[in-house]
Design a binder for this molecule. Structure first.
Ligand SMILES: Nc1ncnc2c1ncn2[C@@H]1O[C@H](COP(=O)(O)OP(=O)(O)OP(=O)(O)O)[C@@H](O)[C@H]1O
Length: 244
């Protein structure tokens, strides 16, 4: 395996779809949870999925990354049907969902080291030091997950997506449990990475986060339709504040 850096790939002059969903119906078994979704995502773009609680955003994202079978339709990543067991998929696609997934016996820096080295990153120590700094985890590098706050554990999980190479980053409500300063820092960084060529698929309920990060949006409900980031931010802002 060739050595890798943890930076997103630069956009090529000829843009190809990183994600293409065609008439995708996401759901469980034979029951779809939302309308039919057709969309594409290219290098240098960030697509935000928005919509009310229970609308089907996470289900769509899990279907796109192959964690769920599509009820019907197709999802392609880099032109191929998704198989999250393949080496190519795992090399290219970094995914962070909202569920805490960690090894209780390993420290924060050991978690990051496993992910980074496992993806063939050359300068593991340097990369980890930089992400510990960015995510405000430097003083907690030798702590174990159960000794962290929920927001600190969230930072560790997010950091794990940045210590490895990625051409597609998939984040499900990354703003969850982060304080305002961290949300802002993360949003600003994600936008810079998108501008440098990353493809980002993100579910969010945070209008400010969306406005900073997204280049386009998709409203998920009984019908699915595209929106501009400004329209999507307005749609989120009008969501019932007591719905979450
Ligand atoms: N494992 C499952 N089996 C069956 N139905 C499920 C399962 N997980 C979620 N659902 C249902 O699928 C629908 C969509 O859920 P999903 O988590 O995709 O919504 P969401 O838009 O991401 O919501 P939120 O904004 O609350 O995170 C909901 O009605 C939910 O109850």
């Amino acid at each position: 395996m060739s050595k890798a850096t943890n930076s997103p790939k630069k956009p090529s002059s000829q843009r190809k779809d990183v994600v293409r969903a065609e008439k995708l119906q996401a759901g469980y078994g034979t029951k779809s949870v939302c309308g039919v979704a057709s969309f594409s995502l290219q290098s240098g773009q960030a697509l935000a999925l928005v919509g009310p609680n229970g609308a089907g955003k996470s289900t769509v994202v899990k279907t796109v990354v192959g964690q769920l079978e599509a009820v019907s339709g197709t999802a392609l990543i880099h032109g191929a049907k998704v198989d999250d067991r393949t080496l190519d998929f795992r090399r290219e696609v970094a995914v962070v969902f909202d569920d805490d997934a960690f090894f209780p016996a390993l420290t924060v820096e050991e978690h990051l080291a496993i992910v980074s080295a496992g993806h063939g990153v050359e300068d593991v120590e340097e990369v980890i030091a930089s992400e510990l700094e960015f995510f405000g985890l430097k003083a907690l590098a030798t702590s174990r997950p159960y000794n962290l706050s929920s927001g600190q554990r969230r930072r560790m999980l997010l950091a794990s997506a940045f210590v490895r190479p990625r051409s597609l980053l998939v984040l499900d409500e990354p703003e969850q449990r982060l304080d305002t300063a961290m949300r802002h820092r993360l949003a600003t960084r994600l936008r810079a990475e998108v501008d440098a060529g990353l493809a980002l698929l993100v579910v969010t309920h945070d209008p400010e986060f969306l406005t900073t990060v997204a280049t386009k949006a998709l409203f998920i409900a009984d019908t699915v339709h595209p929106m501009t980031p400004a329209q999507a931010a307005a749609a989120i802002a009008s969501e019932n504040p007591h719905a979450e």
